[in-house]
Design a binder for this molecule. Structure first.
Ligand code: PLP
Length: 402
């Protein structure tokens, strides 16, 4: 896999800011968004960046300036979106399992809301009736996604209101004369097959007649990007072509224009990001050679949590003869990034760079073992700047009452 930055650039950043270090390419984010924008019909499609993937204000502002909307999964993310300058009409709050107070707070911001339980729908109806249009998050009963932990639309999933509860939904909606502006599904993450998106869309199409005020159908996020050298992502042009057909069918059935909304997270920020790490120790154990780096699941948890593959490049010796290495971290857990991975010979002091670290990398990091969260750097339009500093001991202790 080809990195977006040269080895020399990575090394300069590592020397200037220290490691571990997250580095993002703003140009790549812009390229990804522009590809979406140019592939889909502007009048009929809106994109809301699922900011849970990476919430740094500089990233949010960059995405705001590109013209993209933003999808939030907590009220604090919604406040961050407001701080980054998104107008309420460009903010979507797709809740799951939240207290009604958060929905009330979202209403006072004037943002779009997708409700995902019968109980919150009932409370919403009782309090706001027809006065605040809302979307309903449904569970489409489709099993798809990179692995079970990131599959959210299947029959055992907690997300959304099950399709088979449509009668209960309709009773609430009618009782309170609610204005339902959209239906939402998010089937999972890393969905390559366009058919899965269309299967979900077709389930929504079947519900159109029940909701006379619908103006949009939200198909969620989950576009796949390549993590392995031999992988490819969702075919965006095919997705756009098939979305156009289903959007036309929905509009025809509704008798008015229906917009399609998407909430891409990984698609916008996964490939733009790298985690630069430093090799502390090489340890030989029979046939296994461990390369111990200055990181762990406290900085990049996806390999341990989701068994995710992240491509690794030895930028210090990219052309050395290859050997198999097990790459581990420095925290007191089994924090293996890769097992028996073929890599150019690694020496203590080398820098290893992890690819696809933009989405759910820094954002899922913690300060476990009292190790600091890395700093973050953004390179955009020829300029490189620090967008968050490394945590210090004082940061780690600042909530404690001493
Ligand atoms: N929308 C919702 C409701 C989600 O839960 C998620 C991910 O968890 C996304 C969008 C973004 O998914 P992805 O990053 O795979 O595009």
């Amino acid at each position: 896999m080809q990195a977006l930055f040269s080895d020399a650039f990575f090394k300069d950043l590592a020397k200037q800011y220290g490691t571990p270090l997250y580095v993002y390419s703003g140009d790549k984010i812009a390229q990804q968004y522009n590809h979406l924008k140019d592939s889909f019909e502007a009048r009929s499609t809106r994109f809301f960046y699922a900011c849970k993937a990476l919430t740094n204000q500089h990233i949010l502002q960059l995405i705001r300036d590109l013209g993209c909307g933003i999808d939030c999964s907590s009220i604090n993310e919604a406040y961050m979106a407001v701080r980054a300058g998104f107008s309420p009409d460009r903010i979507l709050y797709t809740s799951n399992g939240i207290a009604f107070e958060e929905i009330e707070a979202a209403v006072s911001l004037g943002i779009h809301i997708n409700i995902d339980s019968l109980s919150n729908l009932e409370k919403m109806g009782a309090k706001y009736g027809h006065n605040y249009p809302v979307g309903i998050r449904l569970r489409p009963n489709i099993m798809a996604g990179g692995n079970l932990k990131i599959s959210t639309g299947h029959e055992q999933s907690k997300f959304g209101i099950p399709l088979e509860q449509i009668e209960e939904i309709l009773q609430i909606v009618r009782r309170h004369q609610m204005h339902i502006r959209g239906l939402h599904i998010h089937t999972g993450s890393e969905i390559k097959d366009v058919k899965v998106f269309m299967e979900g869309a077709n389930r929504l199409l079947e519900l159109i007649d029940y909701f006379p005020e619908l103006s949009c159908m939200d198909l969620g996020g989950g576009f796949k990007v390549a993590y392995r050298p031999d992988e490819s992502g969702t075919d965006i042009l095919q997705l756009a072509a098939e979305t156009k057909l289903i959007q036309e069918a929905m509009s025809k059935r509704a008798g008015r224009h229906i917009e399609i909304w998407f909430e891409p997270g990984k698609y916008l920020v996964s490939e733009c990001g790298y985690l630069i790490t430093h090799v502390n120790v090489i340890k030989e154990n029979g046939s296994t050679i461990f390369a111990g780096i200055d990181s762990g699941f406290n900085h990049l948890i996806r390999p341990m949590f989701y068994d995710a593959y992240h491509h690794i490049r030895n930028i210090s010796h990219p052309n050395a003869p290859e050997k198999k290495y097990t790459i581990t971290g420095n925290i007191c857990e089994t924090d293996q990034f890769a097992s028996d991975r073929l890599l150019p010979e690694i020496n203590e002091g080398d820098y290893l760079v992890f690819f696809n670290a933009g989405a759910y990398g820094y954002e899922m990091s913690s300060s476990y073992n009292a190790r600091s969260k890395p700093a973050q750097v953004l390179h955009y339009r020829g300029e490189t700047r620090l967008i968050s500093r490394r945590e210090t001991l004082d940061d780690l202790m600042h909530l404690q009452i001493l």
